[in-house]
Write a protein that binds this ligand. Structure first.
Ligand SMILES: Cc1ncc(COP(=O)(O)O)c(C=O)c1O
Length: 446
């Protein structure tokens, strides 16, 4: 039996209940679940519970979780302080459907922590926040073109479901309207000269440039500070807005996100994930003069306003409470937390690459701070700096690696996706990951 088959049979043998649920669920739910990224072959395990750094499947297998709820869980699963806060809130109302003090309290923390968040509107998911950000930028500038990064992911909103996966010129989905796509132009990440050209071609109608300062789904690729500074200047020069999608980096790279870390202030910021401490909260935040356009009391005419919501579940008390407790804790322990996570992240990236190197594999574990992903270099590659480098890396070995971590070592990443450390991880987890990586390198057929 070859190595790949052994791993497959090991996984199947230990996840029998998950398999049965996968078959049942697939009859009534497309793909057996509700987020495309969560699927991996032959079928994903189904989770029974999670606590701290661990996640348990239906068959009782325990995994050290590095997916951490799509990177949202900076304190791990169900930290005690959060459980206490949520228990306290449950009897006092979940969804008021009215303005409430919790939303103000959370907004005040965001406003203080995030340099560009002069004003904040809460919504529920990241896709919603980036959809609003685009509408807001177009409404404010009276222009329509948006420049985004090829390979950039901003959630499933239609306006930005363009140029996400290679080949970028092919629409990402049936059902998208091509007129929408035509208003979105792609630029190559960290490529100042190439981006300059795209901006010049679209200068007259340019509403905004949107990017993730650290590309997440595109390969965990940090921006060069120089690239962000260039975008800042270029947008200001032509009156376009700079939007940072900080749904991953917000409260993760630093308390004030990538804009604090890099010292570059965008006009609009989208936030999500950590903002809700594991519950659904997102926000579109930014310059006061821009967000003012969504104040329906000031702008009563349709022609004046930018009409964006928040939605039925916005500002719901339980999620606001989760956000407040999480951010308060981050504020209180800011120094230790970010220094510690960055140190662990650095150690993990270096140790994994060193281990593979010793076993004759060329890898590049990309990332910054607590975010990382291991890429297997193809013959002509020396490092990974762009989504196109990721596309031409050895993705088959990468997939095998992550699957073997799940099947043989009880370590969970979604194969091919971002890894995130939380305060519940420790140095011993890194050592286990290193041992498992060495094992993989020794046994996989090259
Ligand atoms: C950078 C970025 N923006 C937006 C989104 C969309 O957020 P959500 O999944 O909450 O809609 C994601 C989700 O992973 C993301 O990584």
């Amino acid at each position: 039996m070859d190595a790949k088959k052994t791993v497959d049979s090991l996984y199947r043998a230990k996840t029998k209940k998950s398999y049965r649920m996968f078959l049942d669920a697939s009859k009534i739910m497309p793909g057996g679940q509700s987020h495309n990224a969560r699927f991996f072959e032959p079928y994903p395990f189904y989770t029974a519970k999670a606590r701290g750094k661990y996640i348990w499947d239906l068959d009782g297998n325990r995994y050290t979780d590095y997916w951490m709820g799509h990177t949202a869980l900076i304190f791990g699963h169900s930290p005690a302080f959060l459980v206490k806060a949520l228990r306290g809130q449950v009897p006092n109302g979940l969804l008021y459907g009215t303005p409430n003090r919790f939303a103000y309290e959370l907004a005040a923390i965001v406003n203080k922590a995030v340099p560009g968040a002069e004003s904040v509107r809460f919504c529920t998911t990241g896709a919603e926040a980036t959809m609003y950000a685009v509408r807001l930028a177009r409404g404010f500038t009276n222009k329509k073109t948006i420049v985004k990064i090829a390979g950039g992911w901003h959630g499933y909103n239609s306006a930005l479901t363009v140029g996400v996966s290679s080949p970028y010129e092919v629409p990402e989905s049936r059902g998208l309207v091509s007129d929408d796509d035509a208003r979105v132009k792609l630029a190559a990440f960290n490529d100042i000269e190439g981006t300059k050209e795209v901006l010049a071609e679209n200068e007259v109608d340019l509403a905004a440039v949107i990017l993730e300062p650290v590309m997440g789904a595109g390969g965990v690729l940090p921006a060069d500070a120089e690239y962000l500074r260039f975008l800042r200047d270029a947008c200001s020069k032509v009156g376009a807005l700079l939007i940072f999608d900080e749904i991953i980096t917000g409260f993760r790279l630093a308390l004030g996100g990538a804009q604090e870390y890099y010292g570059v202030k965008p006009d609009i910021t989208t936030l999500g994930k950590i903002l809700g401490g594991g519950l659904p909260v997102s926000a579109v935040a930014g310059r006061g003069d821009i967000l003012e356009l969504i104040d329906a009391n000031l702008h009563k005419e349709k022609t004046e306003r930018v009409w964006i919501g928040g939605g039925t579940f916005s500002e719901n008390a339980l999620c606001m409470k989760a956000g407040i407790s999480t951010l308060e804790r981050l504020v209180e322990h800011k120094k230790e937390i970010y220094t510690h996570l960055a140190k662990m992240g650095e150690k993990l990236r270096k140790s994994v690459d060193k281990t593979f190197d010793e076993q004759g594999y060329r890898t590049h574990t990309t990332g910054i701070g607590s975010l990382f992903a291991t890429h297997f270099l193809s013959e002509n590659q020396n490092k990974i700096t762009s989504p196109s480098d990721v596309n031409s890396s050895d993705r088959a070995t990468e997939k095998q690696y992550y699957f073997s971590l799940i099947a043989k070592h009880g370590i969970y990443f979604i194969p091919g996706h971002i890894g995130a450390l939380s305060t519940s991880h420790s140095e011993s987890d890194i050592s286990k990951l290193v041992v498992a990586s060495r094992e993989f390198a020794k046994h996989v057929s090259k």
